[in-house]
Design a protein around this ligand. Sequence first.
Ligand code: ADP
Length: 541
Amino acid sequence: MRGMMMDRPLRVADILTYSEEMHAAAEVVSSTVEGGIHRESYAEMAVRSRKLAKALQAMGLGTGDRVATLAWNGFRHMELYFGIPGVGAVCHTLNPRLSPEQLTYIVGHAGDRVLFLDLTFVPLAEKLQPQFPDDLRYVILTDAANMPETSLPNAHCYEDMLAAQDDDLEWPDFEESTAAGLCYTSGTTGVPKGALYTHRALVLHALLVGVSMRNSLSMGKRLMPVVPLFHANAWGTAHAAPLTGTSLIMPGPRLDGPSIWELMESEKVFAAWGVPTVWLGLMEEIRKRGRKPSELGELVIGGSAAATSLIQGFEDLGVSVCHAWGMTEMSPIGTLGILSPEQMSLPAEERLRLKSTQGRRAFMVDLKIVDERGDRQPHDGSSTGELFVRGPTVVSGYFSNQEASESAIDDEGWFGTGDVASISREGFLNITDRSKDLIKSGGEWISSLDVENLAMAHPHIANCAVIAVPHPKWEERPVLIAVPAVDEPDPDDIRTHLEGQLAKWQMPDDIVFVDDLPLTATGKVSKLALRKTYADYKLPA
Ligand code: ADP
């Protein structure tokens, strides 16, 4: 028997309308590209998003049209997040850190019709314009006073575009399965692939994040997403913050430790979300200044594994850390390191161990691990296998890529993450590696994440990565590539530190000190780049 409830579609724009009514005074504070701080309430954001929607309609854009953005975290990008899907079009966020080849591929593959871009990216777009589709239109996210001289054909000014419209608009209705957002993976393996989010998935994801992360997200809270809007919905903050009445403090283009510290301090930021590299930078600044930003109380760390030493460093300062795991293909949140009251009362060491895992599943996200044959492995904390996920916020395939879509989903309809993991009886996920980063030495797997985690606890190491280099006898051996935290790091001392905690065959064969580690387009340490650099590395005899 079918139930009898109204079949109203879930729409992204309804989040905006709700925040306009319920959280009118909560605000988006942006450190702008032009310089200075800009403030806008959710009520103002709703009005401006409707003007934007009318401008898009005036350009002839509507259901199914892809509209690209190339922008930092800021108020105008937030307006695009609602205005574009609001009219039924698809908000396609481009990652400016991708290579020129990847960007031109993605814009062409997506079939973008308009590109909205920050001033910062005008030179980049000018360079790529000859390879972009001829009919692509350009809108620069600034006001008339700051409009640059540009070779981009018929570039429009965003503020002029909005000024020409009123906000008299009813958000149009369409099915909740209509595409609302598009984000390509960074393509570290093969060509980039597009995750095509539906309105339904984004609204459910906003609820999932809002329900799980009440410490970061609730009325009166001030949250800084350092994770960019151009990648994986800024982990859902763009939708969950207006929904819950949380103010957003947007760092714009300034993501270094000192800038983040200052904005956190002046804007009384309570929670901040981002990748480990950003928090390593903030920690350095905290050490220099001798204190944390006054109001900082919660940090969400994800995107790549957070070292236990980093988690402990912040917890010691009274900042509660939540280690999270997810993927672009999952909208992106999958698991969250939130402990139950019973787990919070465990001894500090045990608490830290649980917080160092990737946490437990969010509502609506199902997890399974399988061996090479596809057989399910028990959730006993020690069996490992490839991690598969399922749920209404997980992709069912990739945009316009049948081959990749077919290989992404298994026979039971689950999505293969490419991560290798174990799951404990209590549901804690422990990622040991991306399958392509695993090290196989003499037939035994070595978890690079485990070795990195231990190495990061040594005071001479500021950041590090463990990669495999070829070995004539053992096939592969691990090498530790480290950025030192001191002028004269002592490799023997680091070895002794590791020896106590690793089996002999898990020990890195060498330690190489470098000034920096290469980063991917999403700010993670790029093991692909490191493996290339050290492909012919000669291990010490
Ligand atoms: P990209 O690969 O383009 O950087 P994603 O954000 O989609 O984009 O990357 C998802 C992958 O990042 C996951 O499959 C996993 O390998 C890794 N990852 C994300 N969060 C964590 C975490 N907390 N610990 C370990 N790995 C993580």
